[in-house]
Design a protein around this ligand. Structure first.
Ligand code: HEM
Length: 370
C-alpha cells in the first residue's frame, strides 16, 4: 500500500469517527430535550396525575400598555377547568371577607367532583401567581394582577368540600387588586359564563385606564374626526404608505363622503394612536367619483351647482401632502378634459396604472367603493 493510499484510508477513518461523534451529540441533544419536556410536564405542587403539560412560554409586555398573552403549555388544561367550573357555577358557594391587606375566601361545593376541580383550579392558579405565568391577559384586571405577582402572598388549604384561600399584599395598591379580583371570582360563581365574557376594569387608582378622549381633528380641521386610542391594538406605524381608491359617487351639491373618509384616515395617523405616525397618502378617483375633482367652473357647468363642494377639502388634503390622481380614461369617457381638473390633482393614464405602480412602490390599497 503506498503512502497516498494510506493517507486516503486515514482520512476516511477520521471522517467516519467524526460522523459517529456527531450522531452521538445529536442523540445527547434529543435526550436532553426529552428530559426537559418530561420535567416540565410534572404537575404542580401537591397535584396527582392527570394534568397535561408544564409551563412553557410566558406572556410578554407589548408597547403602549397592551399585553399580549402567549399560551403556555398549561393553558388548555386550565381552560378546561375554568369551563367546568363556570358550567357548574350554580353548584358552588363562596364567601369573601375583605382583610386590611387582601382577602380571605372560602369556595366550596357539595358535589365532590366540583369540589375537587375547585381545589385543582386554585392549586394551579397559585402556581401561576408564584411563577408569574399569566393567563386571561386581555382582561385589564387580570393583566394588572399578573404585573404584580411578586407582591402577592397566596396561602390555600383544601377543606372537605373545596378550598380556603388567604391572599394578601404589603402593597396597598396590590391589596386593592386582590380584593377586586376576589369580587370577579365571586361574579364567576354567581353568573358563570355571563361574567367570564366581560372585561373587568382595574380599580380606580394610579393605573386606572384613562377615559376615552373626545373626538378631535389633529390635522384636517372640521372633517373626519377621530378618538385617540393609545392602548388599542394595531397602532399606526411610521412610514406607512396608503393608496385610497375612491369610486363612490355623491349628490352633486354635497361633499363626497369618501373624501371625508380620506380626511379621517389622515387624522387617524396623526392622532388616533399613542403617537403620531408619519405616512404617505395617495388617492385615485375613478368610477362614480371621477368628476369630484373638476375645477369649480367645469363642475358647475356639468352639475348646475355653485362651484364644486369637494374642492375645499381636496385642497386641504393636498396641502397636507396627499397626492391626488384621477383616472384619465374615465375622465374622458365622462366628457371631461384633463384641463378641467383642479390644479392640484394629476390626471393619470388610468386608475389601473396608479394602483399597479403604487402597489409596486409599497402602498397598501384601500378601496372606498359604493
Ligand atoms: C366558577 C368559576 C371559578 C371559581 C369557583 C374560581 C375560584 C377561584 C378561587 C377560589 C381562587 C383563589 C382566589 C380567591 O378566592 O379569590 C381563584 C383564583 C384565580 N382564578 Fe379562578 N375561579 C373561577 C373561574 C376562573 C376563570 C374563568 C378564570 C380565568 C380565565 C380564573 C382565573 C383565576 C386566576 C388567574 C386566579 C389567581 C389570581 C388571584 O387569585 O389573584 N378563575 N379562582
Amino acid at each position: 500500500m503506498n503512502i497516498q493510499m494510506k493517507n486516503q484510508i486515514n482520512s476516511a477513518t477520521n471522517l467516519l469517527r467524526k460522523i459517529q461523534l456527531m450522531k452521538l451529540s445529536a442523540l445527547a441533544l434529543v435526550t436532553v430535550a426529552i428530559l426537559v419536556n418530561v420535567a416540565q410536564a410534572q404537575p404542580g405542587p401537591g397535584r396527582g396525575q392527570g394534568f397535561r403539560g408544564g409551563r412553557g412560554m410566558q406572556g410578554n409586555g407589548q408597547g403602549n400598555g397592551q399585553v399580549a398573552e402567549q399560551h403556555d403549555n398549561r393553558h388548555d388544561a386550565d381552560r378546561e377547568v375554568f369551563q367546568f367550573l363556570l358550567s357548574n357555577h350554580d353548584k358552588i358557594k363562596r364567601t369573601v371577607t375583605d382583610l386590611p391587606n387582601g382577602v380571605a375566601t372560602l369556595t366550596e361545593s357539595d358535589t365532590p367532583e366540583i369540589a375537587a376541580k375547585i381545589q385543582e383550579h386554585v392549586e394551579w392558579m397559585a402556581d401561576r401567581i408564584k411563577t408569574a405565568s399569566p393567563i386571561r391577559m386581555r382582561d385589564p384586571l387580570f393583566a394588572e394582577i399578573f404585573k404584580h405577582t411578586d407582591k402577592i402572598k397566596m396561602q390555600h388549604e383544601d377543606t372537605d368540600k373545596g378550598v380556603r384561600v388567604t391572599e394578601t399584599s404589603d402593597d396597598p395598591y396590590v391589596a386593592k387588586l386582590i380584593q377586586a379580583h376576589a369580587k370577579v371570582v365571586s361574579g364567576f360563581v354567581e353568573r358563570g359564563f355571563a361574567e367570564a365574557m366581560k372585561n373587568h376594569p382595574v380599580p380606580d387608582t394610579k393605573s386606572a385606564t384613562p377615559a376615552i378622549s373626545k373626538p378631535a381633528n389633529p390635522v384636517i380641521p372640521k372633517h373626519g374626526s377621530v378618538v385617540r386610542l393609545p392602548d388599542a391594538a394595531h397602532q399606526p406605524r411610521q412610514g406607512t404608505k396608503i393608496l385610497i381608491d375612491v369610486t363612490r359617487g355623491s349628490e352633486p351639491a354635497e361633499l363626497n363622503a369618501a373624501i371625508e373618509k380620506v380626511a379621517k384616515y389622515l387624522n387617524i395617523y396623526a392622532g388616533g394612536g399613542a403617537e403620531p405616525a408619519k405616512g404617505q397618502f395617495a388617492v385615485v378617483f375613478h368610477g362614480d367619483a371621477t368628476l369630484a375633482v373638476l375645477n369649480d367652473d367645469a363642475y358647475s357647468a356639468k352639475f348646475h351647482t355653485k362651484g364644486n363642494p369637494n374642492l375645499d377639502l381636496l385642497h386641504q388634503l393636498h396641502e397636507r401632502g396627499v397626492e391626488l390622481f384621477v383616472c384619465g380614461q374615465t375622465l374622458i369617457s365622462k366628457d371631461a378634459k384633463p384641463e378641467e381638473v383642479a390644479v392640484f390633482v394629476d390626471t393619470a393614464v388610468s386608475a389601473l396604472t396608479v394602483v399597479v405602480n403604487l402597489q409596486a412602490d409599497g402602498y397598501a390599497h384601500v378601496p372606498i367603493g359604493k
